[in-house]
Design a protein around this ligand. Structure first.
Ligand SMILES: Cc1ncc(COP(=O)(O)O)c(C=O)c1O
Length: 436
């Protein structure tokens, strides 16, 4: 029993109540403890305690702000972002035109209803602007939250359009991490723990002509990246893509091209498919699409897209897809990208990397536009180099399916001078990591 008026240690004895005085004391003690915790627990500790962790060793930079090609940590250290938030920040961080568009939209309205019901100017205007860069067969945009959701929507669309179920994807492919997108991923290690996944998926070898013959009239769609990102920048051969397109056409199967990472100028044209002289039946976009805010989309002809409107109605449902603030940001970012000349500068910057980024420890380089992988003798060495780069103020990373390769994908807005500084620091980091 708690004695009335006594300031005793509170223990949950639900049969009696502490006095007002002891309640005050308890509250004071709790307040003091919380203040103490707030004063001593850092955001880094809270990050580890309360945020779901995705790996044992996150990069862990504590971000204070980001501007252009730089990310600043809470200690004031500047890092050059050589991966552009995984190909999201193609026009650099915090572009004033994007911030202005976001602010203006936030002042008007944010989320109002699920996707597809109300006429929302930012969605309409962005879809109109985006499709002005696309062929006639790609004029209907279904906005989603993310790249993975775009993959999911496109696979559902292909099933509706063709009435078939089989989906063809490729070894080494990455299309997202949700269960449908995971089913088409071309890597067993990342998939196996989550089986059973979608049935009726056929994985073929990338760039292999013989395997194209395995595509038959049970196939709803072929899902392909024209430049496989996560194997370390592996471009498709032009003739192979032409053969794939021809095969799909002959069987009335849809060719779905995933430009979620390659899109928005990364390869030197707004979309990589422009360099392959093909028109996809469905185009997947994401990452840079939202100008730094979450947004994805699958894009097809209006006729194809209409199959999602009936039997069942609402063939794909998304609450936040096409969020008006994300669309306003994306529209502003694409406007900047289009008028900046940065896409046109990609070739020169790619050449700058090719010419200056050398070291005997680099075994192989793959590149396509302002997008490069550097291969080293082991994953352990690559991780050591990436860690040295971070020490030297350069943010890099490896690839999901190629841990022995360093990823280089800076904002397209990076200047040649900035690129030269980054190259110098990366070479220094390689020297340091191998103990030279
Ligand atoms: C080629 C490709 N497709 C799809 C996705 C999935 O996009 P998200 O992470 O927005 O779901 C990614 C993400 O890295 C990607 O690189």
């Amino acid at each position: 029993m708690v004695e009335l008026g006594a300031t005793k240690q509170f223990s949950p004895n639900w049969g009696s109540f502490p006095s007002t005085a002891s309640m005050v004391a308890i509250k004071m003690r709790l307040l003091y403890r919380n203040l103490l915790l707030m004063a001593t627990i850092t955001n880094r500790q809270l990050f580890l305690q309360h945020l779901a962790q995705t790996s044992e060793k996150p990069i862990g930079i504590e971000v204070a702000s980001a501007q252009g090609v730089y990310i600043y940590d809470v200690h004031g250290k500047a890092f050059m972002d050589m991966i552009a938030g995984f190909s999201v920040c193609n026009i650099g961080h915090s572009h004033p035109a994007v911030i202005k568009a976001i602010n203006e939209q936030v002042e008007k309205y944010m989320h109002v209803i699920v996707y597809g019901e109300f006429v929302q100017a930012p969605q309409v205007q962005y879809a109109k602007y985006l499709t002005s860069f696309l062929p006639d067969a790609l004029q209907s945009v279904y906005f989603t939250n993310s790249g993975a959701e775009a993959t999911e929507g496109a696979m559902k669309l292909a099933k509706r359009v063709t009435g078939r179920t089989k989906i063809v994807a490729f070894e080494g492919a990455y299309h997202g991490s949700t269960q449908g997108a995971l089913s088409v991923m071309g890597d067993e290690y990342f998939k196996n723990a989550f089986r059973p996944l979608l049935p009726d998926i056929l994985h073929l070898r990338y760039n292999n002509f013989e395997d194209i013959e395995l595509i038959d009239d049970t196939v709803a769609c072929v899902l392909v990246e024209l430049v496989q990102a996560e194997t370390g920048i592996t471009p498709a051969h032009k003739e192979w893509v032409a053969a794939l397109k021809k095969k799909c056409e002959s069987l009335c199967a849809l060719l779905i091209v995933d430009e979620i990472q390659s899109g928005f100028g990364r390869t030197g044209t707004l979309f990589a498919f422009e360099q392959y002289d093909i028109t996809p039946d469905v185009l997947l976009v994401g990452k840079a699409l939202g100008g730094g805010l979450p947004l994805g989309a699958f894009i097809s002809s209006t006729k194809m897209m209409s199959t999602l409107t009936e039997n069942p109605v609402l063939g794909h449902i998304t609450t936040f897809g096409g969020n008006p603030v994300s669309c306003a940001a994306g529209n502003a970012a694409l406007t900047v990208l289009h008028h900046s000349g940065w896409i046109e500068s990609v070739k020169e910057k790619e050449n700058c990397l090719i010419t200056h980024l050398h070291h005997p420890a680099i075994l192989h380089r793959n590149h396509f536009g302002l997008w490069m992988s550097l291969q080293f003798e082991s994953a352990a060495l690559t991780k050591k180099i990436a860690a040295a780069c971070i020490e030297n103020g350069i943010i890099t990373d490896w690839f999901l399916f190629a841990e022995d390769k360093i990823r280089i994908a800076p904002p397209l807005s990076i200047s040649i001078d900035e690129l030269m500084i980054a190259i110098e620091k990366m070479i220094t980091s390689i020297h340091q990591a191998i103990g030279e």
